[in-house]
Design a protein around this ligand. Structure first.
Ligand SMILES: Cc1cc2nc3c(=O)[nH]c(=O)nc-3n(C[C@H](O)[C@H](O)[C@H](O)COP(=O)(O)O)c2cc1C
Ligand code: SF4
Ligand code: SF4
Length: 304
């Protein structure tokens, strides 16, 4: 791959001609690793309504020490139109949150519209300290289907979307320690790529999970924001990944058919006006908090 040898600086083009691609490179093997052992480019591909998945991926990208990091953010509805996207073969860091032990359906659909001819991929799921169940295996299946070559995987913990001050669940995560581990994971991936020399030498990746995947669960939705605390700032509408919120003079309207209960609006509202009001929520949160009490740590998966 000529891309691998396009060393920056004034010797660039000449140097490229003199050295020429190695046999491995011509075969289109590891892309984006420069000869001086630094990663040339990486692409973060994420769905992350409350931002924890994105922060973990950024930490991993730092550990990879890629020179350039592009970001394909599949969170906003406008980025998920169904149009096919052809990606080049630079390393992709692909991450989604875990919803009921699965990849959120919106993320799964958006990832399915990508096409690539064998771009290497690092797979990451971020969960709220309960469990990630089949999500990492499902993510692997989705990206393989569209042509990626999974090289490594990880499960990280992020503050639970439903965490509140009164019922905190994994509050503040990913914290400093998690981000440090994300950087280490990126560094380990870089080392693995340098050591192996070509993608052909990287064995197939195994990650935990069961197939058939567990059933998707929907909580239904009930959100409130029409109370006195609302200042009609519109921030909830701006962050809603489903374009489910309309802020008007008469108040805030939520399209319940579109809402996925991701809590981006709740976490963004600084006045406390936006909150979950589903009758079952307090009971559900107590149950989740009880299941999530013990701190879980990030897990890494590499080919054996
Ligand atoms: C609808 C929904 C379902 C969830 N299901 C799980 C789950 O099964 N296990 C878990 O540990 N966390 C679960 N969570 C918590 C999220 O996985 C976690 O908060 C994650 O960090 C959110 O990622 P984001 O910040 O990128 O949106 C769920 C959150 C939502 C909104
Ligand atoms: S973010 Fe909060 S205060 Fe602002 S419009 Fe939405 S509910 Fe109202
Ligand atoms: S309205 Fe629903 S989908 Fe939109 S941000 Fe709020 S919880 Fe998420």
């Amino acid at each position: 791959m000529p891309d691998m040898l396009s060393l920056s600086g004034d010797r660039g083009p000449l140097f490229k001609k003199q050295v020429g691609p190695s046999e491995d490179e011509q075969n289109g093997l590891i892309t984006g690793i420069r000869r001086d052992s630094t990663m040339k480019s990486a692409k973060i591909i994420s769905f992350s309504p409350t931002g924890t998945t994105r922060r973990v991926l950024e930490g991993i990208a730092q550990g990879l020490a890629a020179q350039t990091v592009e970001h394909l953010d599949l969170t906003p509805a406008r980025a998920r139109t169904g149009t096919i996207r052809e990606l080049d073969r630079s390393l992709a860091l692909i991450g989604t949150p875990v919803y009921a032990g699965r990849v959120p359906i919106q993320a799964a659909e958006a990832l399915s519209t990508i096409k690539t001819a064998g771009a290497p991929a690092i797979l990451v799921v971020v969960y709220g300290n309960r469990a990630y169940e089949d999500a990492l295996l499902e993510l692997k299946g989705i990206v393989e289907e569209v042509g990626f070559r999974p090289l490594a995987g990880a499960a990280f913990v992020g503050e639970h979307s439903y965490s509140t001050e009164t019922i905190p669940i994994a509050a503040g995560r990913p914290d400093k320690e998690d981000i440090e581990k994300a950087r280490s994971f990126g560094g380990l991936v870089r080392e693995m790529l340098q050591k192996r020399g070509s993608l052909r030498e990287v064995p197939a990746l195994d990650v935990p999970g069961n197939f058939p995947y567990r059933d998707r669960v929907s909580l239904g939705t009930s959100l409130e924001s029409g109370n006195d605390l609302c200042v009609r700032c519109g921030k909830c509408g701006e962050v809603c990944p489903q374009e489910a919120i309309t802020v008007g003079e008469d108040g805030i309207a939520t399209d319940r058919g579109k809402c996925i209960l991701c809590c981006a609006c709740v976490k963004t509202c600084t006045t406390g006006a936006r909150r979950l009001t589903h009758a079952k929520i307090p009971q559900y949160l107590q149950m989740v908090a009880a299941l999530c009490r013990d701190r879980k740590e990030p897990e890494f998966f590499f080919p054996k």
